[in-house]
Design a binder for this molecule. Structure first.
Ligand SMILES: Cc1ncc(COP(=O)(O)O)c(C=O)c1O
Length: 394
């Protein structure tokens, strides 16, 4: 919560992001940071080497506004190769400063004052802030765990969330923080409402390649009648272990993408020139790269999942993403995730994120007792973290 009297009304309540607070705590205490979702290992050498070559070769000035053609073409090839979605690289693909800028551009570009955006919660923390900056209204629909631990939405609640002011549905699959990979039936439910009410779908698919155990990622744009109303957003950060490069993209039919571009050109405008051809090289890597990426993460998920269970947490097994949600109540009957996460670096030398921050104020109690751990870390670091969590308070 920001205490400054200077903050605009629309942004009051957003304060400093939890990631900044918890990463600073990791630094000041020397704790292992399983909070923010970034790998502590590098991406493929071909991608890193290409970025270095680009810098040495002088690709260090503003790239073109829509992104370098080499990357836009590679994104279009990627969408066709993996999802059989055809986009024109010149008019239907836009390179952005991470997925975050694509999402901000979509919301700022599409919303008029008071327009409503239906979104599932818990949710990635930039969604509500971007809707607020666009002077829109976020309408959250809860995902709740079933008995098997998989988080799902209630179709009646989703339908009830749609009003004459609804402009868009903001979807995230694979879903952070719950790890749900939405099934075809679930996506069809979202799609049918979008078609019925003539809504735009903004689909955040940054974890598109990080799915496990036979779960299948389905871009909602592939469903009947959805390509023309969907803005698909992704980025290179999670797929190529380059979260600090902040190169993302949006794919959509030209009229929808124009709305995103109109806002985006007045945000950072462009970014990351030398990283754009490097990620183009990454997107063209053979299937084996993508298979190994998911396999490696599945092993890491399994290690941390077993470790968290041994340490006494109740765990929710993710079908995709970087994250495991846990219930702390077996360890801490008060079940205050925020207090727990502020203590954990001091007592056990590990940083995690309280899931309460991924809920609207109205539903914060739903996530109060939940804490999220990231497993995109080396096996050694994960083993170390598990050892610390299983040990008594330090
Ligand atoms: C669901 C989701 N969307 C978007 C992002 C941000 O992506 P980028 O770093 O490409 O802006 C993240 C990062 O954690 C995320 O979890």
């Amino acid at each position: 919560m920001s205490g400054s009297p200077h903050v605009a009304d629309a942004l009051k309540g957003f304060g400093t992001t939890i990631f900044a607070e918890m990463s600073a705590l990791a630094t000041s205490t020397g704790a292992i940071n399983l909070g923010q979702g970034f790998p502590n290992y590098d991406g493929p050498a071909a991608v890193l080497d290409r970025a270095i070559e680009e810098i040495r070769g002088g690709n260090n000035q503003y790239p073109p506004g829509p992104g370098m053609p080499v990357l836009r073409h590679a994104i279009a090839r990627h969408q066709r190769r993996f999802w059989n979605l055809a986009y024109d690289p010149d008019s239907e693909v836009l390179v952005t400063a991470g997925a975050t800028e694509a999402l901000a551009g979509a919301l700022l570009g599409l919303l008029n004052d008071g327009d409503e955006v239906v979104m599932f919660e818990p949710m990635y923390d930039s969604y509500m802030a971007c809707v607020a900056m666009a002077r829109g209204r976020a309408v959250p629909v809860l995902l709740r765990p079933q008995t098997d631990g998989r988080y799902v939405f209630d179709e009646t609640e989703l339908r009830a969330a749609i009003s004459p002011r609804t402009r868009a549905i903001l979807l995230n699959t694979p879903h952070n923080p719950t790890g749900t990979v939405f099934s075809r039936d679930e996506l069809e439910c979202v799609a049918s409402l979008a078609r019925e009410h003539d809504l735009v779908v903004i689909s955040d698919e940054v974890y598109e390649h990080l799915v496990f155990d036979g779960a299948v990622h389905i871009p909602i744009a592939t469903l009947d009648g959805m390509r023309e109303r969907t803005i698909t957003v992704s980025s290179g950060g999670k797929t190529f272990n380059t979260t600090g490069w902040k190169i993302g993209w949006a794919c959509a039919p030209a009229p929808l993408l124009d709305a995103v571009r109109t806002a985006k050109q007045f945000l950072p405008y462009v970014n990351g020139a030398p990283f754009q051809p490097a990620l183009a090289a990454g997107l063209d890597l053979p299937d084996a790269y993508y298979d190994d990426l998911a396999d490696d993460l599945r092993r890491k998920r399994d290690l941390l999942l077993a470790g968290l269970q041994r340490a006494g947490f109740t765990t929710y097994e993710p079908e995709g993403t970087y994250f495991i949600t846990t219930d702390i109540r077996p360890l801490d009957p008060h079940g205050d995730g925020m207090a727990f996460c502020r203590q954990l670096p001091h007592t056990h030398g590990v940083v995690a994120i309280p899931n309460g921050v991924f809920y609207s104020a109205e539903h914060a109690h739903e996530g109060r007792h939940l804490v999220r751990f990231a497993f995109c870390k080396t096996i050694e670091l994960l083993n170390d973290a598990v050892e610390r969590l299983c040990a008594g308070a330090r």
